[in-house]
Write a protein that binds this ligand. Structure first.
Ligand SMILES: Cc1cc2nc3c(=O)[nH]c(=O)nc-3n(C[C@H](O)[C@H](O)[C@H](O)COP(=O)(O)O)c2cc1C
Length: 325
């Protein structure tokens, strides 16, 4: 085509520049003339008009789905939720049965509708335009549904999560912003831990457990048969001191017991210890969900994933310590 300028562009750099535009991720589905389900992952989706309600997306000329969409009268756009990355990967593959094992609903013209998305739009093909090596489809929205879930994001060729910004949380005082205070990661981590734990401590007090005894008790629920050395190594990132006093106290109170073995003495929870751990863990989980409910959809996952990354950059083995072999 005469208008092509790509000869003067570095194609890879052009793709990277386009990829700097962060988008959501959708799956567009339809049915072909023989009644086969058709679908693909697309991030070219966009809104066009509110009244009339129009949306658009573009499909590569090279796509094997092109003939089906060219002749389809209807199609459906599924805006994916943050936990639907596997679905996105599946629908971005060629030559596989993308719908195998999926429990779909049926929409207009028996178009397959996927479940669990943040939004879904059923559309009638309004226009088709040639767009270089893509075809642009404009659809009139006939039906839509929406859910309050976090969206899947695509940016610079990778999946990402979105968190909303909250202007009221910017450091209030310009002087403090540069100080060793509100903006300092150590302060934020320490203060968050303190405030989070203060809500759990009343349950620990009720059971007569110190923080250290609680860490050890909950650790023994994850992995039993730990030797004193394994406990020491594993707890070193959480307990400053040797974990022996906490272990002794659990043993004395009949919450843990020693298991003599050939590889040295191992320790496990007694039935009482297990029951006590379950009571506290369920209370602690309730505290956690109450707090996470006050964040936006998906933000708890983002927070946990960032904290996990922080753990792994400060100590590569930290997250692997308690994993079962
Ligand atoms: C995040 C993401 C976004 C995509 N967006 C589009 C798009 O907007 N249009 C398109 O034609 N292909 C897009 N693709 C590529 C198609 O999903 C992929 O080529 C798929 O294999 C096409 O399937 P088909 O050949 O069976 O139609 C995207 C892929 C990914 C992973």
């Amino acid at each position: 085509m005469a208008m092509s300028q790509t000869d003067t562009f570095d194609a890879a750099e052009f793709r990277r520049a386009l990829g700097s535009f962060a988008t959501g991720v959708t799956i567009i589905t339809t049915r072909d003339a023989s009644g086969n389900n058709i679908g693909l992952t697309a991030n070219s989706f966009n809104s066009v008009s509110l009244n009339p309600p129009l949306v658009l997306w573009s499909l590569a000329e090279s796509s094997s789905s092109l003939p089906a969409f060219r002749s389809a009268q209807h199609w459906a756009v599924h805006v994916l939720a943050s936990d639907q990355e596997p679905l996105s990967t599946r629908f971005a593959k060629r030559g596989v049965d993308k719908f195998a094992g999926l429990d779909c609903e049926q929409g207009i013209d028996s178009i397959p509708l996927l479940r669990g998305c943040t939004a879904r739009f059923e559309c009638r093909t309004a226009f088709q335009y040639e767009g270089g090596d893509h075809v642009i489809f404009v659809g009139e929205v006939l039906n839509f549904v929406r859910a309050e879930s976090a969206p899947l994001v695509f940016h610079s060729g990778r999946y990402a999560d979105a968190t909303r910004r909250d202007a009221s949380l910017k450091p209030r005082n310009a002087y403090l912003a540069g100080s060793f205070n509100e903006d300092f990661l150590g302060y934020l981590l320490g203060r968050s831990h303190h405030q989070f734990f203060s809500k759990i401590r009343s349950y620990l007090d009720h059971e007569g457990l110190s923080d250290e005894e609680f860490y050890l008790l909950s650790t023994l629920t994850l992995k039993h048969d730990l030797t004193a050395t394994e406990i020491d190594v594993g707890m070193a990132g959480v307990l400053d001191d040797h974990s022996a006093p906490a272990l002794q106290s659990l043993l004395q109170r009949g919450l843990a017991q020693a298991l003599p073995g050939s590889g040295g003495t191992a320790y496990e929870l007694t039935l009482d210890g297990r029951a006590c751990a379950l009571r506290i863990i369920s209370a602690a989980k309730a505290v956690e969900s109450q707090l996470l409910e006050r964040l936006g959809p998906g933000e708890g996952e983002v927070l946990k994933s960032l904290l996990n990354r922080l753990l792994s950059v400060t100590d590569a083995g930290a997250s692997a310590i308690w994993q079962q072999p």
